[in-house]
Each structure stands twice: as C-alpha cells, then as structure tokens.
Ligand binder design. Structure first.
Ligand code: G1P
Length: 303
C-alpha cells in the first residue's frame, strides 16, 4: 500500500454546529454537546477518547451559539490553584483532560446546516494534507478501550480509511449509514460498499456506521463537489463511497457498547450505563436502580 495512507493520525474533527432541537428547552442556551454524561460534558468524553488514541490537535466545526464548547477547553489557573490548595487531586485529574495546550485547539465555522459531509469539508484548511479522525459527539461508546484507540490499532496494520461499526436492529437501518463488508463475522474486515440510511429491505447488512472515522485527506476534494444525498443533505457516506474507488476502507467492529445520546432515551440509558461503570458511583447507582425496579414511581408522580 502507498505509505502515504499509513501516516500517523494526530488531528481530530468534531462537528458541533448542530442545533440540538430534540433536547429543547435544555439546549435553548446550552449546546447539546455540553450536556453532562454523569460527570463531564459529552464533548469532553469525545476529546478524552481522542487523547487516549494519541490525537493531539482538536478541530471544532462550530456554529452560532456554540462558544461555550471552546470555553470549556480553556485552562482556568484559579480553578486549578483552588483544587490544588484543597488537595482535590481526583477533580484536578478530571479537569486536566479539558486543559488543552496552546495551539492545539482550532475552530472553524459551519455557517449553514448543509449536512455532515459539508461540516467535515469546513475543516479542510485546518486539517491540511494529513489523515484525520472524526468524532460524532452524539454517540458515546463504553468498552475496555476507547473506540478510537481500537480503530488506531487497526489503522496501524491496514492504513487507509477506517470506519467503526456495530450491529443495529434490522428495522432501524433507515437511521444510519450501513456497511457491506467482506466477512461479517470478522472484527476487522474490508468494506465492499456502504449506503446512507437504506430502508431495511435495501440494507446490505445490519452493520451500522456508528460515528467514528479515520479518513484520508483526499475526501476533501470529493466533498468539494457538494453532491446532495439522503435527506437533501451533503452526506459524508456518499463522499466515502466515491473515495472507495481509489482507497481501501476497513470496518472495525466496536468491542463495547454504543449509546445514541442524540435522543432522550438513549441519553438516559447512557447516563445509567456510565454511572454503573463508574468505580466511585457504580455500586450506589445499582442500589438506586434496584429501589426503583422494586417500587416504581406511580405514573401520576412522573414529570
Ligand atoms: C450520521 C451519518 C450516518 C451514521 C450516523 C451515526 O447520520 O451520516 O452514516 O450512521 O451519523 O450516528 P445522522 O445521525 O447525522 O443522521
């Protein structure tokens, strides 16, 4: 393989311009990426997953009313001093992941919501001529190692473009990008084809694109064409289909669980799962859950 297709991945793109209307009124002022998953905002969880995978530079494709996201990654010396003085080392450690060094955060604006492909294209000049990772922040994963770290391991062996995948119920394929792979039982396998949001009867498999990608920079030339796809949007999946004519794509089946935090029930489930998996909160959360299972609140008391 062309050695260019194996260059290290040091940059990550986070498309965060979306409005988050599903979570109104919670997201009237607060960007949806700032909603907390147990103890930290979704965006920080995604950045931590990137850091674990060796990513050093963070590019936010931002939009109107999203400035809190970049503020979250400002270093606050007074806060750090206060925590040091009080010997709150665990909080200092958690905070340190949002203290991104100078020059390592970049922001570009997506001025109109034209689709995921367009959002990625907006990062073209900041990414330049190198491979990069993409994180869809609505999607959170829980496993022994982070999803992107699992993908980087496959990238180091295969190079090219990598897409994280996991199975979904067959009747839900219309919500996702769906892969057609060489060997569905293999965790790491060549992608033969992919299609954005197919009807269940047209889906080539039930392996969905879960929202983590490693892409080569040639994708930008294709996105430049602004091809309109499913839902009248410029789709990343369509651009990847074109790139497949000249570059390899590999599917990495996630070892772990996927949570769609872009809607209420998925977000509630993610909070439960992450709290149960938390060494400090897990046991107590389990006891709380047991209490509610044994004695569910009556409907009239529900909010
Ligand atoms: C996007 C992608 C889709 C992917 C999904 C994962 O769709 O276009 O291929 O499966 O994210 O969440 P969206 O959720 O933006 O409609």
């Amino acid at each position: 393989m062309n050695t260019n297709l194996k260059r290290p991945v040091k940059k990550a793109v986070f498309p965060v311009a979306g409005l988050g209307t599903r979570f109104l009124p919670a997201t009237k002022v607060l960007p949806k990426e700032m909603l907390p998953l147990v103890d930290r905002p979704l965006i920080q969880r995604a950045v931590e997953e990137a850091q674990e995978a060796g990513i050093e530079e963070f590019i936010f494709v931002s939009g109107r009313g999203k400035s809190l996201i970049t503020q979250h990654f400002e270093i606050q010396p007074e806060l750090r001093e206060e925590l040091e003085r009080k010997d709150k080392l665990d909080l200092l450690e958690k905070l340190s992941h949002s203290d991104i060094p100078s020059g390592m955060v970049q922001i570009t604006m997506q001025q109109r919501a034209l689709g995921l492909g367009h959002a990625i294209w907006c990062a073209k000049n900041l990414v330049g001529d190198e491979p990069f990772a993409v994180f869809l922040v609505d999607v959170m994963t829980l496993g022994e190692t982070g999803c992107m770290a699992q993908m980087i391991e496959a990238y180091n062996n295969h190079g090219g473009n990598i897409i994280a995948s996991s199975p979904v119920e067959h009747d839900l394929t219309y919500k996702y990008g769906i892969l057609d792979v060489e060997n569905e039982s293999d965790d790491v396998t060549k992608i033969k084809a992919m299609v954005e949001k197919p009807k269940p009867e047209d889906a080539p498999s039930n392996l969905h694109i879960l929202g983590r990608y490693i892409l080569q920079p040639e994708i930008f030339n294709i996105l430049e064409g602004r091809q309109i796809g499913a839902g009248g949007e410029i789709q990343l999946t369509d651009a990847m289909v074109t790139l497949m004519n000249s570059q390899p794509f590999t599917s990495v089946k996630l070892k772990g669980e996927t949570y769609d935090c872009g809607h209420h029930l998925g977000f509630i489930e993610a909070n439960l799962a992450f709290a149960l998996a938390d060494p400090q909160l897990g046991d107590a959360t389990y006891e709380i859950l047991k209490k509610y299972i044994q004695n569910p609140p009556s409907l009239s008391k529900r909010a």
